[in-house]
Design a protein around this ligand. Structure first.
Ligand code: NDP
Ligand code: GDP
Length: 339
């Protein structure tokens, strides 16, 4: 079996490429050029794993590149993960977010339609589509209410996939995946920002962790479980849309508390809103809030109802909140100790 992954150098690409190689797939990845010729999370793969991945250098906004690639490779499966994936950035950079997330997805769909109609495609949709959820928990029938340029771009991507699936009878499935994190999560995402901050405090740093909205409620799972779900979607009898999450929700503040708990620090909180601080038992300020890190609009109160994925695909998240936080903090401590 041959699989092509766009976004192979991101968090999910890291776990998905390893999963597919372990199943005996021939794995191809799309990698865009940057001036330092660095390869993102691919550089963290064991060398023997990395050397098995066949790289195609290109950008998903380049229609010609994708159409030639699909024409020559005709993969059985295509996991379309590439995106401008950071919600905060999308408020300042909506145009480029739309270009990559909408234009790039359209290019992938058109390349399949014109050159490789037997390819099964996975599209990386998101719980951000629910924005300000109209019901809790959220499932495949919950109305969408996007609250950021990122969410709008993903909504367009999801509907492009639905339309191509129905109009041209293509096997294209949408994952509506809730936040999933890991030890290779990008440093700007709140979970990784917290885990690296806590690891630094453990190593003696005096710098507090500076965050935005501590009250945001998310459903956080472990990325390794979610790539298994992507693969299961493409093995299913028909193409469809599936919600995947843990069904457990927590605030950012709870993530911070749990993370400090891993290094034996019990936080207490003082003040309100932007004046709130997290203190150690000895009264040292370990967490501060900065208004600039608040988003113009918040999307939260997420809790996944993943019963459809459980029933139809046999998918279950294995790692829950506490274990996720522990994995991330312990890994960041190891990384700092190695330096
Ligand atoms: P990352 O941000 O870690 O990875 C994004 C990947 O897309 C990177 O490999 C990046 O390459 C690549 N990329 C971005 N723009 C382009 C482009 N123009 N051409 C080619 N490649 C490009 O995201 P994740 O791995 O966390 O997420 C995977 C997908 O799942 C994304 O689409 C994301 O929006 C979606 N998603 C993620 C969730 C999560 O919680 N992680 C939740 C729900 C959906 P480079 O290394 O060069 O930047
Ligand atoms: P997202 O859910 O894909 O937007 O993932 P993020 O990790 O970027 O954000 C998760 C939540 O954490 C959002 O509700 C943010 O408003 C909130 N948050 C609070 N402080 C921060 C921060 O310092 N950085 C980021 N990225 N998010 C923060």
């Amino acid at each position: 079996m041959k699989a092509l992954i766009t976004g192979i150098s991101g968090q999910d690409g890291y776990f998905l490429s390893q999963l597919l190689l372990s199943k005996g797939y021939e794995v191809h990845g799309v990698l865009r050029r940057n001036s330092s010729m660095t390869h993102g999370t691919m550089e963290l793969l064991p060398p023997d794993v990395r050397s098995q991945i066949i790289i195609h250098h290109g950008d998903i906004t380049d229609e010609n590149f994708l159409s030639n690639l699909l024409q020559s490779e005709k993969p059985e499966e295509l996991y379309h993960l590439a995106a401008q994936s950071f919600v905060g950035y999308s408020f300042e950079n909506s145009q480029s977010t739309y270009d990559v997330n909408i234009g790039g997805t359209l290019n992938v769909c058109n390349a399949i339609r014109s050159s490789s109609t037997d390819t099964r495609m996975y599209f990386a949709g998101t719980s951000e589509l629910f924005g300000k959820p109209l019901e809790t928990p959220q499932n495949e029938n919950t109305p969408f209410f996007p609250r950021s340029p990122y969410a709008i771009s993903k909504l367009a991507g999801l509907w492009t996939v639905r339309t191509y699936r129905d109009a041209y009878k293509l096997f294209m499935s949408n994952g509506i995946l809730f936040n999933h994190e890991s030890e290779v999560r990008g440093p700007e995402f709140v979970t990784r920002k917290i885990s690296t901050g806590v690891a630094r405090v453990h190593q003696g740093s005096q710098q507090p962790i500076i965050l935005g909205n501590l009250s945001a409620v998310k459903d956080w799972g472990y990325a390794k479980d979610y790539v298994e779900g992507m693969w299961k979607m493409l093995q299913y009898d028909i193409s469809d849309d599936f919600v995947m999450g843990t069904g457990e929700s927590h605030t950012v503040k709870e993530f911070v508390e749990e993370a400090f708990g891993v290094i034996g620090i019990r936080l207490t909180w003082k003040g309100q809103g932007v004046n709130e601080v997290g203190l150690s038992e000895g009264g040292r300020v370990l967490v501060k809030v900065n208004r600039d890190l608040y988003r113009p609009l918040e999307a939260d109160n997420f809790t996944a109802d993943y019963s459809k994925a459980r029933e139809k695909l046999g998918w279950e998240p294995k790692v829950k909140f506490k274990e996720l936080v522990r994995i991330m903090v312990e890994n960041d401590i190891k990384l700092i100790q190695r330096k």
